[in-house]
Write a protein that binds this ligand. Structure first.
Ligand code: DAH
Length: 339
C-alpha cells in the first residue's frame, strides 16, 4: 500500500508539473483528491490494515493529500496569473493610436444661401412658409391668372401626376395657399423645389429652387416693394450694391418688374458673369394683381400687396462662381466639400 501511495504521489506530481492549463489541473485534482479519486480509494483500503499500521498509513495519506493540494493550489495561482497576463496582452488596446476620423458633412451651398435669405427676411418680420411640391393645377396656374392656353404655360410645362394635379412649376401657388388660409396682414417667404420639363444642361434642370415672397396689408404700395427688395439685395450682396427696376410682365402682378443688382463679381464694371453689362438679374416682382386678391377672398379695395420670386440656384451659382448648375445636384463630395 505504501508503494501504491508513493506511485500515486509521483504520478500526480508529474502530472501537475506538466499541466498546460487550469482545465488540466482541475482534472488532476478530481482524479487524485476527488471523492472517487485515487487517495480516497486508498483511504477505503485502510480497513484492511492492522490496528497499528492504520494510523501510520492514514497520516501518510493525509500528508500526501496536503502536499498535493498545496502543489495544485500554487500551480493554479501561477497559471491564473499567466493566463491573465496572456489575455491582457492579446486583448490590449493601444489607446495612443490616433482614432479614425469621422467625416463630417456640411451644408449644401443651396442650403447656405437659402439660410442667408431666410435670415434677412426673418429680420424684416417675414414668416417662412412651406407648400407642397405636388400641387393643384388650379393653384399653380388658374388662380395666378394663367388660364389654359395662356402662353406662360408653354414656358412652364411640367410633369402631371394626373388630371388637375402637377409638380409645381414655381413657388407662387404658395401665395394662393397663404392668402386662402392665413389671416391678414401677410408677410411671408417660401423657399422650395420647383419642376419644369426642361432638358438638363449647364443652366437648366427639371428640378430647381425658388424663394417666393408675399406681403398683403392695407396701404401697401410699390414704394414698399422697392424698399424691401433694395434692402434685401444690399444685405445679401453688400451695402454698396445698387439695384435697378425694369418693367416686366407676370400674369399675377400688375405692374410687374424685373430687378437687377450691380454684378457682385465686377461691381458694375462688366465681366463674363454679367456678360459685360455690369448688372445681374436677380428676381421678378410686382404688385399683386387685384383679381388674384379677389380670387382668394381678399377685398382689393381695402388691401393691396406685393410679391416677388427669385431663383435660388441662380443666386447660388453667381455667389460662388459655379459655372454649371448640374454640380449642385450631382452630390459629388469633392465639389460639395469646398463650401
Ligand atoms: N413665379 C415666377 C416664375 O417662376 C417668378 C415670380 C415673378 C414670382 C414675379 C413672383 C412675382 O411672386 O411677383 O417665373
Amino acid at each position: 500500500m505504501e508503494q501504491k501511495l508513493q506511485a500515486i504521489a509521483l504520478e500526480a506530481k508529474n502530472a501537475i508539473g506538466s499541466a498546460q492549463n487550469s482545465d488540466e489541473l482541475g482534472q488532476i485534482r478530481v482524479k487524485v483528491l476527488g471523492r472517487k479519486g485515487d487517495l480516497t480509494a486508498i483511504l477505503r483500503e485502510l480497513g484492511k490494515l492492522s490496528k497499528e499500521l492504520r494510523p501510520v498509513m492514514g497520516q501518510k495519506v493525509n500528508e500526501i493529500r496536503e502536499e498535493l493540494t498545496a502543489l495544485l493550489d500554487a500551480k493554479e495561482a501561477d497559471m491564473a496569473k499567466h493566463e491573465l497576463a496572456a489575455r491582457l496582452e492579446a486583448e490590449a488596446l493601444d489607446v495612443t493610436l490616433p482614432g479614425e476620423s469621422v467625416k463630417r458633412g456640411r451644408l449644401h451651398p443651396l442650403s447656405i444661401v437659402q439660410g442667408e435669405i431666410r435670415d434677412i427676411f426673418i429680420g424684416m418680420g417675414f414668416d417662412v412658409k412651406e407648400g407642397p411640391e405636388i400641387e393643384y393645377e388650379r393653384y399653380n396656374f388658374e388662380m395666378l391668372n394663367i388660364p389654359e392656353n395662356h402662353p406662360a404655360r408653354d414656358m412652364q410645362d411640367t410633369f402631371y401626376i394626373r388630371d388637375g394635379i402637377l409638380m409645381r412649376t414655381h413657388t407662387s401657388p404658395v401665395q394662393v395657399r397663404t392668402m386662402l388660409s392665413e389671416s391678414l396682414p401677410i408677410r411671408m417667404i417660401c423657399p422650395g423645389r420647383v419642376y419644369r420639363s426642361d432638358d438638363v444642361d449647364a443652366t437648366h434642370s427639371p428640378m430647381f429652387h425658388q424663394v417666393e415672397g408675399l406681403v398683403v396689408d392695407k396701404g401697401i404700395c410699390f414704394g414698399d416693394l422697392k424698399g424691401v427688395l433694395d434692402e434685401f439685395i444690399k444685405k445679401f450682396y453688400g451695402s454698396g450694391t445698387k439695384t435697378r427696376f425694369r418693367p416686366g410682365y407676370f400674369p399675377f402682378t400688375e405692374p410687374s418688374a424685373e430687378v437687377d443688382a450691380t454684378c457682385a463679381i465686377c461691381h458694375g464694371k462688366g465681366c463674363n458673369v454679367c456678360k459685360g453689362t455690369g448688372w445681374i438679374e436677380i428676381l421678378g416682382c410686382g404688385m399683386v394683381h387685384p383679381s388674384i386678391l379677389e380670387g382668394c377672398g381678399i377685398d382689393p379695395e381695402v388691401y393691396s400687396g406685393f410679391a416677388f420670386g427669385l431663383g435660388l440656384d441662380r443666386l447660388t451659382t453667381i455667389k460662388y462662381g459655379i459655372t454649371d448648375i448640374r454640380l449642385l445636384f450631382e452630390g459629388d463630395t469633392r465639389f460639395l466639400g469646398q463650401f
